[in-house]
Design a binder for this molecule. Sequence first.
Ligand SMILES: Nc1ncnc2c1ncn2[C@@H]1O[C@H](COP(=O)(O)OP(=O)(O)OP(=O)(O)O)[C@@H](O)[C@H]1O
Ligand SMILES: [Mg+2]
Length: 592
Amino acid sequence: MADSGQAVIVALDGPVVRARSPVPFSINEAVEVGDKGLLGEVLRISGEVIVVQVYEDTAGLQVGDRVQGTGQPLSVQLGPWLLGGIFDGLLRPLNDATSAYVHPGRVQRKPQQFHFQPRLQADAGVHGGSVLGDITSPQAKKQLLLAPPQVQGKLVMLAPAGDYPDDEILCKVRQADGGELGIAMTQSWPVRIPRPAAQRLAAHAPLLTGQRLIDVLFPVARGSSAAMPGGFGTGKTILQQSIAKWCDADVIVYVGCGERGNEMAEVLEQFPQIEDPRSHRPLLERSVIIANTSNMPVAAREASIYTGVTVAEYFRDQGLHVALMADSTSRWAEALRELGGRLGELPAEGGYPAYLGSRQAEFYERAALVRTLSGLTGSVTLIGAVSPPGGDFSEPVTLHTQRNVRCFWPLDRDRARARFYPAINPLQAYSDDAASMIGWWQQQGAAEFASQRRRQLELLEEQAHLARMVRIVGKDALPASQQLTLLCADLVNDAFLRQSAYSKIDCFASPQRQIAMLQLLDHFILRARQVLASGADMGHIEHLPVLRRVRRMGEEISEAALPEFKQLQDQIDAEFAELQARSVSTEEAGVS
Ligand SMILES: Nc1ncnc2c1ncn2[C@@H]1O[C@H](COP(=O)(O)OP(=O)(O)OP(=O)(O)O)[C@@H](O)[C@H]1O
Ligand SMILES: [Mg+2]
């Protein structure tokens, strides 16, 4: 930092500033621009001219103003105060959320008091990830004070238990080179660099979302990534909020890139009112919200998804499972496009810069289940919404996203129009995690999970296949077995995949209820096929009274009433037994 450079602005174009300096800067170095010290980042260096992207409103800057180097890459402050907070793309608090206004320049966050309880003794050896103590506050979850990743040495000072401001040095470590490093609760980390972990682990458990279409058919593993592209109004935001509310992550990071200023204001108004269904306390207490509105500088929006994932990794490193929702990454890509244009870059497809895909990869690659430097297990799961213009999934942002994620949940306009939610199209969706989740479901008691799941997918495929025939010849012209396929596929859709976010009973399904419903439906399908094969009439199967109950089981059988699924199965058996008896006796009558 001693020899950090100083430059003089020679040209201005919105958030992009060019400055001349005889002293070298580094690429991605954070800089302070003008008298107010606006935050910026060096993007390019050519000869003596540096190109800086400024993260704040550049109105008032002039040619001749100074750009001061910091000698550090663009970084954010991370600390226990993050939980429950609402911040801009560089983690500066948005105090008055609805106006989304931040003061320019350096961070003005006021330090907060937290209780610190040391875990180590003076003289202890310390390395990156060593647990130095516990941090508690009345509102937030318990957190850990960890030695920053690069530390290696001996503890020479450790504060006694007590309440401290988050920026106070609580420990000092003498490093191998003899230097001393002070550690406070609040630490800094460069946003574009993934935080290190001891080991990446293979995914073995799902991030449970409580949505059957996702958990059973297209699951996302803890530490994996998913994208939900969907045209205007197809349910991206509602689905992301349902997942945020119900998923079994410890911490939620919500990155909102709003199109219109008021859209984000809505989220900022609504999110604090969401109740955590498990603790009955505000969900915000275990969430971090990063908000970008369209009236905020476009460069901050570009940085915000990296900021979000850095925050997620910070909690992961404390042995927590974190789910990050980004809504919508298309707005982020547009920021990249705008900045690319101002930098004079040659546009590629759709006007986006050629590095759109690699930038997305840098984000989605940070999804991981890891053993942390402290030896704990933690994960970051990334779920991004994409808003393709006109709902066209062949546009560049959707295509690049699809290459970078493991799970793809495209939202279908026709399903949404029919108010069939979540509107994920099961014929286009996929999950690369599905096969490795089967063992987990079997451990939960679903011994036949793999074949039951496969049967559902096959039915949906066959239904799509038969739909064309039905349009040409009509349903009644199909053989009875195919009519049964259509009936069962309808049931899979209506009774299992459909789940309203607004339903009191069905907005969430626990794994046990999902299993009960999956098994019941599968039982119906297998029995119906047997009974049809033994000569029953398709017309009779279609009119079984139990069908109405099966169709509405999600709405009618609550988490507290799981034994009712067994009763429903008994009713299925009884009605099929009667049907079979009837068909046998008609057959006998026919024979005699
Ligand atoms: N899971 C759901 N359950 C019930 N209703 C839903 C669900 N998802 C969406 N809807 C209905 O669809 C409407 C639009 O949903 P949402 O705002 O999530 O769409 P969006 O894709 O985020 O739209 P935009 O493109 O404007 O961002 C909601 O107001 C709600 O009425
Ligand atoms: Mg939306």
